[in-house]
Design a protein around this ligand. Structure first.
Ligand code: ADP
Ligand code: MG
Length: 251
């Protein structure tokens, strides 16, 4: 049983198709990178899969079921920039929000939920920030709050949109460690990322997207000059690296 099955998904804004006829099948227990140039439709694809953007057509299944049947098993970590960080809540409040999805109608947070939230903060290394207002945090700290919330949600299929943008090296390392821990527990993580340099190190599989899916498969098979050129068009350059290696830069 796949963690995710996307059939013929088409998404548009004002009739302009942004993602056309996407088919995607992801087995459980993988870290999957979604790569493509700016404006390729990466964020829209994730929102469309999660029903946050209404598709023109197509079908999406999570563990063989519609989202409504498995909502608490699916976690979304949006792009940090898409959130109002001036909203007056504490770090712990945000992480506790990750527990609400599990409470059901009229459910109330129990002590156990607070324990889980605290444990998540601890695991991400920001337990000391629990009582701080989210507006006071650095970019890396904000991203860690998102990750702690995702951990507290305890889902099995996790979508993250650009989690490495604007974070320090230590946070990037912490995120990658967390992705691997999740994968090793059998969870599935789908990560939108635009950095080509790290793609081979971070992802088991790649999806190359530019309005339609150009390729999907094991990273070794997909991270090829031909497929990357097809995805990035003229926006890809190869430069000589410091150690005689080749570095790919996407504009
Ligand atoms: P990516 O995440 O790959 O950079 P997006 O999914 O954000 O790409 O955007 C894909 C295309 O859809 C872009 O051309 C973008 O300008 C357009 N787009 C994104 N959001 C909206 C919106 N809310 N309204 C209209 N067009 C949008
Ligand atoms: Mg995006």
């Amino acid at each position: 049983m796949n963690a995710l099955d996307v059939q013929n998904l088409t998404l548009s804004y004002d009739r302009d198709a942004v993602v056309t006829r996407a088919h995607l099948h992801v087995a459980a227990g993988r870290i999957v990178g979604v790569l493509g140039p700016n404006g390729a439709g990466k964020s829209t694809l994730i929102k469309g899969i999660l029903g946050l953007h209404r598709p023109d057509g197509g079908d999406v299944r999570f563990f063989g079921k519609p989202l409504s049947a498995v909502r608490h098993r699916v976690v979304y970590v949006p792009q940090r920039s898409s959130v109002d960080w001036d909203f007056p809540v504490t770090v712990e409040d945000v992480v506790l929000m990750g527990r609400y999805g599990r409470l059901g109608l009229l459910g109330r947070l129990r002590n156990q939920d607070r324990v889980i939230a605290r444990r998540a903060l601890d695991q991400i290394g920001i337990a000391d920030l629990a009582d701080r207002q989210i507006s006071e945090l650095s970019g890396g700290q904000q991203q860690r709050v998102f990750l702690a919330r995702a951990l507290a949600q305890d889902g099995e299929l996790i979508f993250m949109d650009e989690p490495f943008v604007g974070v320090d090296a230590a946070t990037e390392e912490a995120i990658v460690g967390l992705l691997r821990d999740m994968r090793d527990e059998g969870k599935t993580v789908i990560v939108v990322n635009h950095d080509l340099q790290t793609a081979r190190a971070y992802f088991d599989e790649l999806v190359l997207l530019n309005k339609s899916i150009v390729a999907h498969g094991p990273t070794d098979e997909v991270f090829t000059p031909a497929l990357l050129a097809q995805t990035y068009g003229g926006r890809l350059a190869v430069i000589d690296g410091e150690y005689g290696d080749k570095i790919l830069i996407a504009a």
